[in-house]
Write a protein that binds this ligand. Sequence first.
Ligand SMILES: [Cu+2]
Length: 123
Amino acid sequence: MMKTRTWMFGVAILLAAIAAGPSQSILAATPPANSSPEVAVKEVAVKIDNFSFSPATITVPLGTTVRWTNRDDIPHTVVSDDKTFKSKALDTDEDFTYTFTKPGTYGYFCSIHPKMTAKVVVQ
Ligand SMILES: [Cu+2]
């Protein structure tokens, strides 16, 4: 019995490591938008100003890069509800980009001011 429990614990640790790993590496691997020039890279801008994301809801085609720029005087972050993407604290005029490669609705918020919420709908 002891052996089984120890084994299960090991599996749980391993799964946790796997679950934690990819989100980090996805962040690190966020491409500097210099993919093949023949592919039109679509970029949509979202402004962070006066404690809100603007526009609060955007609908974009698959493959679109969204660029959030902080126009506020205080830091904000861009964090998706399911942690698909997560920026560092953005100072004034700093930006964060994420390219959406899976359709879906991505709710996100500012982790410093959780009442700041918005969403990206990817079609
Ligand atoms: Cu904020």
